[in-house]
Ligand binder design. Structure first.
Ligand SMILES: *Cc1c(COP(=O)(O)O)cnc(C)c1O
Length: 234
């Protein structure tokens, strides 16, 4: 992808998000764009940064660390870890990311909390919820969400910001909206349960279902293909 094409696709993605917010009757700027850069080279991330993008999402720890090393001069870049997280990778994530969206187990939360360097301030986390049941094995079930959220909220080096989901693919807008609505409802329940937690984030919506997610209250939409083009096989 050339710099010119990236400029066009990033502009189009920003316009798409702005239009979705307007159509949902929400204020401009009410949801933020997270650029999902997995499998894309560091040079492309730098080009997007030069166009004003600051939040980037990565799925694979080693790939992310390599790119972060190349981009170490971009001091206001914000790295989000959005992929599956195994115990043996928690230290690298705790030390090199500002956000984790894919937290779904207390054991991983405790490790991240223990390994987070205090000087970096608390690690922002979203709990990944399995809203569609069969779609993916990742994510905590809705019934287990409350207890997990309570455990995470008690960890001083983590800041519980909200919820994330990757629903099963669906074609129709009405069908796409249902799991996002469930996630929004789950967030509202958590706000009752944990009134002092800073629960301001709904991480939902990707290239195929951004509009549905924004209609249901997304505050952080994770766009890969729409910004960087199709991914090559890893
Ligand atoms: C890859 C990925 C995205 C981006 O998906 P697109 O369909 O390319 O926009 C968003 N969220 C997660 C968790 C991903 O793994």
């Amino acid at each position: 992808m050339t710099a010119l094409t990236l400029h066009e696709s990033l502009t189009a993605a920003r316009e798409r998000l702005a239009r979705a917010l307007a159509d949902a009757g929400r204020p401009a700027g009410d949801a933020r764009l997270l650029a999902v850069s997995k499998t894309k080279p560091a040079a492309m991330i730098r080009a997007a940064w030069q166009l004003g993008q600051r939040d980037f999402g990565e799925n694979y720890v080693q790939e992310a660390l390599d790119k972060q090393a190349e981009l170490a001069d971009l001091d206001d870049i914000v790295w989000h870890f959005i992929g599956p997280l195994q115990s043996n990778k928690t230290r690298a994530v705790a030390e090199h990311f500002a956000w984790v969206h894919s937290l779904d187990r207390e054991k991983i939360a405790v490790r991240l909390n223990d390994q987070r360097p205090v000087a970096l301030g608390p690690l922002n986390v979203c709990l990944q919820v399995n809203v569609s049941g069969e779609a993916t094995k990742a994510g905590v079930d809705l019934e287990a969400l409350g207890p997990l959220a309570e455990a995470v909220a008690s960890l001083p080096n983590l800041r519980l910001r909200g919820l994330m989901a990757i629903p099963a693919p669906a074609e129709a807008l009405a069908e796409q909206r249902q799991p996002f609505a469930r996630l929004h409802e789950a967030l509202q329940e958590l706000r009752q349960r944990l009134p002092s937690a800073p629960l301001d984030t709904l991480s939902m919506g990707m290239t195929a279902d951004l509009e549905a997610a924004v209609l249901e209250g997304a505050t952080l939409v994770r766009l890969g293909t729409a910004i960087f083009g199709a991914r090559s096989q890893r």
